[in-house]
Design a protein. Sequence first.
Length: 300
Amino acid sequence: MNLAERLGYSADDRVLILNADDVGSTHASNAATFECLERGSLTSGSILVPAAWSPEAAAYARGHPDADLGVHLTLTCEYDGYRWRPITERSRGPGLYDEEGYLWRTSAEAIEHISPEEADLELRAQIDTAVKAGIDVTHLDTHMGTVIQPKFMEVYFSLGLDYKIPIFAFRPNPDRLRKAGMSGYWDALEPQLARLDEAGFPVLDHIFATQLEVPPQERSAYFREFFENLRPGVTHFLVHPTHASDEVAAMTDSAPSRAMDYELFKDRSIAEQLEKLGIHTITYREIRDTYRAGSFVNGA
C-alpha cells in the first residue's frame, strides 16, 4: 500500500507536494517563496535555520500559521562568499566547524569530519530553534542530501520518529540501487525504513529533485514532461524560487534557474495544468496531522 492509499486516495492516484527549497537563505528567496505559496502553485517550503534570513521566514510563519513550512536540515554551506555557521557551540561539536569556523562546504567533508553524535546535536538544535521561533514544523528534509547519507541516516530517521514529523525519505527499488552500484546504500537504508514501517510512519513514494543545471529556457518543458509522466503515489517535487537580485547572482551561478522557478510557480498556471492532468496536490501538514492523529489507513 503506497502513501497515497494510506491518505485515502486510490492506488492509481498521483499526488504531489510542491516544495520550495532554501527558504531563509536570502530575502529574495523568502519573498519569492511566500508569493508562490500564497498566490501561486507551490504547497510547501523548507527553511535553512542557520542561514542569515531565517528570522524573516520565522516571522512569516508566525503571521501565517497555516503555511506549510519545514526545516531544511543542513550540515553544509556550499557558497564561497556567503557562509553560515552551526548553531551548536564549537565546544560541544568541534567537528561541525571547518577551518574558517563555518559548516563544511561539501557533503564529503561533512561526512569525513562530523560524528553522528555531533550531527544529532546540530540537527536537533535546528529543529528546536525553528519551533522556539514560532514555526509549526511540518516536515524535515535535507540540504545537499548530506543527512540521508549512511553515516547520518540513523540520526535523521530518529529525528522524524522522535518529533513525529514526516521526513524527506522514500522507498526506492532495491534492484535499481544494486544495479547502480549502491548496494551499500540500500543496506543502510533498509533497516531504517523498517523502523518507520514498525511505527506506522509515513514514507514518500517518490522524490523528484529538480536539477538547477537545467537552463532557464528549458525548465518549463522539463517540469511539464515530468508532470505528464508522474507515477502513482505521493511525490515530493522541489524547486528553488528566488527573485532576481544582485545578491543571489553573486552567491551562485544557478541564480538564473532559481529566478525562472519563481516565474513558473508564482501564479496558478502550474496548478491548473496539474488539475487538467488529474494530479492532486497536498501539503506535508496533511500528512503530519493524519499520522499524529493515528488516522492512516492500515498497511505498509
